[in-house]
Design a binder for this molecule. Structure first.
Ligand SMILES: [Zn+2]
Length: 429
């Protein structure tokens, strides 16, 4: 197969020859020896990798399944996702992570790499079987209680020590629970005006600071999920300046949206579509997060794709579930926040949405440069397109996007997983 006329990382037009799922050759005017796909001058990126996806299966198949979640991923240009552990049952044993891994093998439109829970039942009391999950067929390397924080410092220390044996990483959802009891939105001027319980920045920053110190103390790898405040950025910058092994992610929505939407949005105040954890923060936070992603303090973009059925979102604010879907809009939001603002070029996007997330998750076979010998995991993207976000067109089973009706730049034209198209002409292949 030949993919003609694509601009690798936004460079000059080239052709890519794919053979047996691998990039065989990159050149000009390559002679066709089989199927020809017209790239039409699209940008070619290495297949995107998400370190933070909620696929909801097993247990909440009404919100998402491995099949619909990976279809959503493919539509967004992803060739691999890490499936978070807060399923029902929780992915805290070799048995459950192998079940998720097998579902991915059978129904996945991209590769599915299970994340293992840090503690049994995400309850924060007792370490889960980290070693058994690492040794299982799923070969788990990322461990997280995401949705909850491992707030016990002794357990967190033990988890960090434990994962060293198999080059694992603990991905922390940094949220001091007592400081955020009943929290509904970012603590600030707007939460005060709206009378909603605040989620203060310090509840995130205190845990990140503690965990950086713990990771340094035991010489282990820490990954910080969904960084949302300017203060968190400063702490991570400091930890990295010490040479500590700390990585961090930011979500697309924290790069674009602010807590002002809770008070004033196209559809009024208190719209739970903007309810998310950690919450949307201030303009100053958004600016700091963009700068940190640009300068490498924050290593990657991760979606925190969190599907919820309509009945859990379209209710009063206090009762609504926290979370937003994100896989199908991530690249467009990153273009809007980072590329069209001149903060990142396409090589920088590829580094932060493919190479680095694959590296942090130890996913061999993903995030490799588009060059001869690499697996043919390729995303074709048209940055000149403009798309009005229509949730009813999503492949995801859920519709809880904060971008409904917004016009975002760019469109994923095609996604290839080891040479096999999962998306062609913007549609599932
Ligand atoms: Zn989380």
């Amino acid at each position: 197969m030949i993919i003609k006329n694509v601009r690798i990382l936004g460079g000059d037009p080239r052709d890519i020859r794919v053979r047996d799922g691998v990039i065989a050759e990159i050149g000009d005017n390559l002679e066709a020896d089989g199927q020809v796909i017209d790239g039409a001058g699209a940008i070619a990126l290495p297949g995107l990798v998400d370190l933070h996806t909620h696929l909801r299966e097993p247990g909440r198949e009404d919100a998402e399944t491995v099949q619909t979640g990976t279809q959503s991923a493919a539509r967004g240009g992803y060739t691999a996702v890490h499936a978070m552990a807060n399923t029902m049952p929780v992915a805290d044993t070799a048995g459950v992570v192998e079940q998720v891994w097998r579902l991915g093998q059978e129904f996945g439109h991209c590769d599915v790499q299970p994340v293992g829970a840090v503690t049994v039942g995400l309850e924060g009391r007792q370490l889960a079987e980290l070693g058994a999950m690492a040794d299982s067929a799923a070969r788990v390397r990322v461990f997280s209680d995401d949705g909850r924080c491992v707030d016990d410092a002794v357990l967190m220390r033990r988890a960090l020590e434990y994962v060293k044996a198999f080059d694992g990483v603990v991905a922390q959802h940094a949220q001091e629970p007592k400081l955020t009891a009943g929290a509904q939105m970012n603590e600030g001027v707007i939460s005060g005006r709206l009378g909603l319980a605040g989620w203060p920045a310090v509840a995130e920053e205190a845990i990140i600071a503690r965990d950086c110190l713990l990771a340094a103390h035991v010489g282990s790898r820490l990954h910080v999920c969904h960084v949302s405040t300017a203060g968190s950025v400063e702490i991570i910058r400091w930890a990295k300046s010490k040479g500590w092994n700390v990585t961090a992610e930011v979500t697309p929505h924290h790069l674009l949206l602010t807590d002002e939407l809770v008070e004033r949005s196209p559809n009024g105040a208190y719209n739970p579509i903007y309810k998310v954890n950690p919450p949307l923060r201030t303009r100053e936070d958004v600016e700091a997060l963009r700068a940190a992603l640009a300068d490498g303090t924050i290593d990657i973009v991760a979606t925190d794709h969190a599907p919820h059925p309509v009945e859990d979102k379209e209710t009063e604010w206090a009762a609504a579930a926290m979370g937003m879907v994100g896989l199908e809009t991530a690249l467009s939001v990153v273009q809007e926040a980072m590329v069209d603002t001149g903060l990142l070029d396409w090589a920088g996007v590829a580094e932060r949405m493919s190479a680095m997330p694959a590296h942090i998750g130890r996913l061999a076979g993903h995030g490799r440069p588009l060059a001869a010998g690499s697996p043919a995991n390729i995303t074709l993207y048209d940055p000149a397109a403009r798309t009005q976000v229509d949730p009813s067109a999503f492949a995801s089973k859920s519709r809880n996007t904060p971008y409904e009706g917004m016009t975002l730049p760019g469109r994923v034209l095609a996604t290839f997983l080891r040479g096999k198209p999962t998306v062609l002409e913007g549609k599932l292949a």
